[in-house]
Unconditional design. Structure first.
Length: 235
């Protein structure tokens, strides 16, 4: 399917209500307002198409960039490709739900995520922690170093309250994900969540939101979700 056809298809799927929602969350023009679920039939027609994904991502159109992540072929993307995608990811729905998700399907995921976590840049750090969440929630526990994940929990405990807001959110989600999806460190994640306590996320022109990983972990335990792994990472 050609680029122009895909853009027309996405435009036709746009809804003003979704557009307003994305704008409130940090997206900016251009965008159509396409619900992610509405993209699935189009994605099934195209399957993986990296050249087309690159064209779509380069538009700067939020919906096209999101759809690019769905049809990208992660295994042929290089670290340089992911750095370029991160450079263009101007808010968290791109950094954490497009770039980090796509990275999580590669063999270089941990190495790249580690660099981003150390970068000192809010969205890169957020994407790095989020990538680990996608990884831990999908791959077998045996693929991870228990010592490394434990040290990452310690890093979160010691730095989360002084981190930028989007990074805080991703770090909090990391505690939760380890607590539910990485059984070797379930107890340590629970202890870390208690030690961290409430995490305040400030919102522009809105009341701050409070994140509490300990409550979320307990809720999932009560639902019988301990050890949960996703079958797929991307849509």
């Amino acid at each position: 399917m050609e680029f122009e056809v895909v853009m027309r298809e996405l435009a036709a799927l746009g809804k003003e209500r979704m557009k307003k929602t994305y704008l409130r969350n940090g997206a900016h023009e251009p965008l159509f307002g396409v619900a992610t679920g509405a993209m699935k039939p189009l994605a099934k027609k195209i399957k993986k198409n990296q050249p087309l994904a690159e064209q779509l991502y380069a538009t700067g159109n939020y919906d096209a960039m999101y759809f690019a992540g769905i049809i990208a072929d992660p295994m042929i993307m290089t670290e340089e490709d992911f750095e370029r995608w991160m450079d263009a990811a101007y808010f968290y729905m791109l950094s954490d739900y497009v770039v980090a998700v796509t990275l999580a399907e590669t063999d270089i995921a941990q190495a790249v995520a580690d660099k981003w976590i150390k970068s000192g840049e809010e969205l890169r750090m957020s994407a790095g922690w989020s990538c680990y969440c996608w990884l831990l929630g999908n791959r077998p526990d045996s693929e991870f170093s228990e010592v490394k994940i434990a040290s990452m929990l310690d890093l979160v405990e010691n730095t989360i309250h002084d981190s930028p807001d989007r990074t805080k959110s991703a770090m909090n989600n990391f505690i939760y994900t380890v607590g539910i999806s990485y059984l070797p460190l379930h107890e340590k994640a629970v202890e870390t969540a208690k030690a961290v306590g409430p995490v305040e996320i400030k919102r522009d022109k809105k009341k701050s939101s409070i994140l509490l990983a300990s409550e979320n972990i307990q809720k999932e335990i009560n639902r019988g979700k301990l050890g949960f792994k996703r079958k797929y990472v991307r849509c």
